[in-house]
Design a protein around this ligand. Structure first.
Ligand code: FMN
Ligand code: SF4
Length: 498
């Protein structure tokens, strides 16, 4: 009897040891599988434990229904919005089943006006090309609608810049350098580049922070650099220059920007040479003369009065003096780092400022001359299509493309601890971001965005997205009823330009 009992105990102990042993072997195997695979940044950086994220994410779908936030509740981007971007980037089917989880009642909800006779796919036409700065020695023509908004090398990592620029070349869209200057990685990717001239003039500055014209001319000499964008402000921090914490100012970033290594890199809150409409137009003229390429400016709008003044001055100076484009950023735009009061409460959201700008341009007869680029949470096809309806010529995004790179919205871009390798200069974390895979995701995301904007256009009965107009879009009001954008913002009479 005792023998039998001992044998059973021994069997149980052996089984337990075998299970634990198999478990350890499994963990070791999974560890090596995770650390060597190239598709998932989180698993590559955090082997084995990173897998729990996928399990929790999957289970969260079920738990959240009962206990936690719903699909449409998180900020700045809810799970439904992010999931769409992830799926588009991964090339996974973006259709959903059973019905919409979107509540169509909140004020501001966009509803497109479907046509009873939608455009047949075979009758659809490719998106028509648009030329920016036709009067420049080197105008820029593109038929892409959706492009990559400015994120500096510094705010984001070397592999992130490379993946964006390689992905942009595959997709045929442009990538904006952000205010951190032109890095070799922007060029290496091979995409069209928009060089951003921030208030500190990183990459084209003298030691005292003024513009170095030779350096600017050298940047313009790169054929890939197609346009120049003067940054007046960005939506997340109007009235505040760029902030790159010292921990992210590596020797390479310091060299590209022309600043000391390891010290906080803080740009002035405006260009010292630009304090009024005349000085802005003079500066645009100066940059265009040096570079020979289209020049525009980026801003977030709080009031339209100062823009009206600029457009009035252009009326006096002639249309050649105009910026070739205006990039209008939303008050709720993203950033690598900014004070919360500015992120939260300064500058109009793009849905309100875009029609103000477009109408001003129409009133001054400059709608054709100055192209309009819109940004701010336009990471899904519906929002981008609504911006096109309102009058944008192009839509750009920063955070949409970060999601394509694998960003999990952990909101620590300012700390050099980004778990996905996008916003950190730690090599150990950058390992997770595998270049070719992520470049391909950038391409897929860009193309799926354009395809689905096309699907909305066809549903509205037009042949391509550039034909979307205000009459194709309705916005839900506080009485619960939706109103056509063409009624909310009737297009003004166009003035003749002298
Ligand atoms: C990490 C990060 C870095 C950024 N860096 C810049 C920059 O250098 N210059 C700039 O004009 N905007 C910068 N932005 C703002 C974006 O270009 C864009 O205007 C804003 O995020 C709104 O677009 P989104 O909602 O698609 O992100 C940055 C945004 C992020 C998230
Ligand atoms: S994962 Fe987090 S830290 Fe990295 S880019 Fe996204 S939000 Fe920023």
């Amino acid at each position: 009897m005792m023998d039998l009992f001992t044998q059973i105990v021994q069997l149980l102990v052996d089984t337990f040891v075998m299970i634990v042993g198999l478990g350890v072997i499994w963990v070791i195997v999974i560890f090596f599988v995770d650390i060597t695979q190239t598709e998932h940044a989180i698993r590559r950086n955090f082997p084995v434990v990173g897998r729990f994220r996928y399990a929790f994410e999957h289970m969260g779908e079920f738990f959240r229904q009962y206990f936690f936030s719903m699909d449409r509740e998180e900020m700045p981007f809810n799970r439904a919005e992010r999931s769409w971007a992830y799926r588009a980037a991964k090339g996974i089917d973006t259709t959903v089943a059973f019905g919409s989880t979107k509540d169509l009642r909140p004020v501001g909800t966009v509803i497109f006006v479907n046509c009873p006779y939608p455009t047949l796919d075979e009758d659809g036409s490719p998106t028509s090309p648009v030329t920016i700065g036709p009067g420049c020695p080197n105008p820029y023509t593109t038929d892409r609608l959706f492009h990559i908004s400015g994120m500096s090398f510094g705010a984001i990592s070397r592999p992130a810049v490379l993946a964006l620029s390689k992905g942009a070349r595959k997709a045929g869209c442009w990538v904006n350098t952000g205010e951190g200057g032109l890095s070799p990685f922007h060029l290496e990717g091979g995409a069209d580049i928009v060089f951003q001239l921030g208030t500190a003039k990183y990459g084209v500055r003298n030691d005292d922070g003024t513009l170095n014209e030779e350096r600017l001319a050298a940047i313009a000499a790169h054929e890939q650099v197609r346009m120049f964008e003067i940054k007046l402000s960005q939506g997340a921090k109007p009235g505040k220059g760029g902030i790159l914490p010292g921990v992210k100012v590596t020797s390479q970033i310091a060299e590209i920007r022309g600043i000391p290594q390891g010290k906080d890199s803080i740009s002035p809150n405006r260009h010292p040479e630009i304090s009024n409409a005349d000085e802005l137009l003079d500066f645009i003229d100066r940059i265009r003369t040096i570079t020979g390429k289209p020049v525009g400016f980026k801003t977030v709008i709080g009031s339209i009065v100062w823009l009206e003044e600029i457009l009035g001055k252009i009326g006096e100076r002639g249309p050649d003096s105009a910026p070739d484009f205006i990039t209008i950023d939303s008050g709720d735009g993203g950033t690598g780092a900014a004070p919360m009061s500015l992120i939260d409460n300064v500058g109009l959201p793009v849905r309100e400022s875009l029609p103000l700008l477009v109408d001003s341009l129409i009133r001054h007869g400059l709608r054709g001359r100055i192209k309009v680029i819109a940004s701010g949470k336009l990471i899904n096809p519906d929002r981008a299509a609504a911006a096109l309806c309102t009058g944008a010529d192009f839509v750009i995004s920063a955070r949409g493309f970060m999601f394509a790179l694998g960003c999990i919205q952990s909101l620590q871009c300012n700390q050099n601890t980004c778990p996905t390798g996008i916003a950190t200069h730690k090599k150990s974390l950058q390992r997770g971001l595998v270049l070719e895979d992520k470049a391909e995701r950038v391409r897929r995301y860009q193309q799926t965005m354009e395809n689905e904007i096309g699907v909305i256009a066809h549903s509205c009965g037009v042949t391509e997205p550039r034909q979307l107009k205000r009459k194709h879009c309705r916005i839900v009001q506080n009485n619960g009823r939706s109103v056509l954008v063409s009624e909310l913002y009737p297009e003004p009479e166009q003035q003749e330009v002298n």
